[in-house]
Design a protein around this ligand. Structure first.
Ligand SMILES: Cc1ncc(COP(=O)(O)O)c(C=O)c1O
Length: 445
């Protein structure tokens, strides 16, 4: 059990037991599985992770956005245990069960869109993306899918095709599926169209309208898929009216909008779903990560008529909507609502932005600070004028923080961004410590 309330480092890092595990890992796990920190987790609770040597770390990565509701909530654990005693997996497509329906109903209730919706489950974010594309193509009878530059949608072939950042995600692994197209990202700090908002008139999204005439035809575009806030791409927060304008253009051309809320969903941005903040009701949503506090499950939620495109047996999979994951998800969502984790996200985000904005005057390497809810990023540059990315500083910062017991990770196409993605149950004391260490790390770098 973790009794500590804050970070506590008790050995040299990594400790002896972690070192031993690393040696074993190197012999049995291929090098392509990249690992951020060389400590091995023994247990975790809320925003803390204890390693096998007894060191306690504050987790600012939340398993890359999986632990919004915190690690190992007692009731989530109890729900999984209770379910495991009764029914582990009969496969919904063979013998269905109630937990699947309970969760589908819950997601219909809490996702944006007052229209009739249906839901089905898969196992990972990438799998949800694959399924959303299948549904969109099957319903519309069209093939083309448009994604955004700087997007990340996962590591399966369709998801890779929709993703940017060739190295490391796609390098040497092509060819990718056909009929995939890209439009510019609403990356205002480094506008791909060379504009400045709002004077730009959202040229990045207007590009879609232009390309629909010049490069591809609406008759062959089934859907646009977009993360409401781009995650891996560098926490790229679009202008307030971006998503709505994108959706309007989609509707004008009979194209579906798929919102990939795998990383932005479940209170992360200060709303249950980021689309709510942008006042958009997408046709299809993909959900995963914080949906079930670490149990592997994802969901495709969409308009009833769109979701009815695929016929019997055309979608599904052996494990989708496993009962243990369904009950874990129901309890996780209940906790988010009871503890108002959406409001908590806004509070934590505010603490981060206040601190880092105040640091801007002191440290010229800080190029941009941006955040929405508790999804905040600091973009480092060598020169504020040229905005030359400062990639080198990132590993110095993360390494310093690690040695102080703070696990914080990078993001961004250019590898020059530190992202804050804390569990939303992180205490104020813990967040104050994280921010103190972050400033020391920047000063030190
Ligand atoms: C927006 C988004 N979509 C899809 C994925 C892929 O999820 P998974 O790794 O569970 O396949 C991710 C993962 O980071 C993501 O951030």
């Amino acid at each position: 059990m973790i009794t500590e309330k804050n970070a506590k480092i008790v050995t040299a890092l990594p400790g002896p037991k972690s070192k031993e595990l690393a040696e074993r890992k190197d012999k049995c796990v291929p090098p392509g599985i990249g690992i951020a920190f060389d400590i091995y987790a023994a247990e975790a609770k809320d925003a803390l992770i204890k390693d096998v040597d007894g060191n306690v770390f504050i987790d600012v990565a939340a398993a890359i956005g999986v632990q919004n509701a915190g690690h190992c909530d007692e009731e989530v654990v109890a729900a999984i245990k209770e379910q495991a005693e009764k029914l582990i997996h009969p496969c919904f497509q063979v013998v269905p069960y109630e937990a699947y329906i309970d969760l589908a109903e819950k997601l219909i209730e809490i996702t944006p869109g007052s229209y009739e919706k249906t839901v089905y489950f898969a196992n990972s974010g990438a799998e949800a993306v694959e399924n959303a594309v299948k549904v969109a193509r099957r319903f519309t009878g069209k093939q083309g899918i448009i994604s955004l530059e700087a997007a990340f949608h996962g590591r399966t072939y369709m998801a890779m095709g929709l993703t940017s950042k060739v190295k490391p995600y796609k390098y040497g692994m092509g060819p990718f599926p056909g009929e995939l197209y890209k439009i510019p990202s609403p990356y205002c700090y480094r506008c791909p169209m060379g504009g400045t908002y709002p004077g730009c008139g959202l040229a990045c999204v207007e590009r879609l309208a232009y390309l629909l005439k010049s490069e591809y035809c609406e008759d062959n575009i089934a859907a646009v898929i977009a993360e409401p806030v781009q995650g891996e791409g560098g926490f790229i927060i679009p202008p307030k009216d971006y998503l709505k304008t994108l959706h309007t253009i989609c509707k004008e051309h009979n194209i579906l909008l798929i919102a990939d809320e795998v990383q932005t969903g479940f209170c992360r941005t200060g709303k249950m779903f980021a689309c709510e903040g942008f006042e958009v009701e997408p046709d299809i949503m993909t959900l995963s990560k914080s949906i079930a506090a670490g149990m592997p499950i994802s969901a495709v939620v969409g308009r009833k008529e769109v979701m009815a495109g695929p016929q019997k047996g055309e979608i599904g999979g052996t494990y989708g909507g496993n009962p243990l994951a369904c009950v874990a998800s129901l309890r996780t969502i209940k906790k988010m609502q009871e503890l108002k984790l959406d409001e908590r996200a806004a509070k934590l985000g505010n603490m981060i932005l206040t601190k880092v904005n105040a640091m801007k005057d002191k440290y010229s390497v800080i190029g941009d600070v941006r955040g929405i809810g508790a999804m905040a990023a600091v973009e480092f540059v060598k020169d504020r004028e040229t905005k030359e990315p400062n990639k080198e500083i990132i590993s110095k910062i993360t390494k310093y923080a690690y040695h102080k017991g703070v696990l914080i990770i990078s993001a961004g196409l250019l590898g020059n961004i530190i992202r804050f993605l804390p569990p939303l149950v992180m205490t104020e004391d813990q967040m104050n410590y994280v921010l103190e260490v972050f400033e020391e790390a920047v000063a030190n770098a």
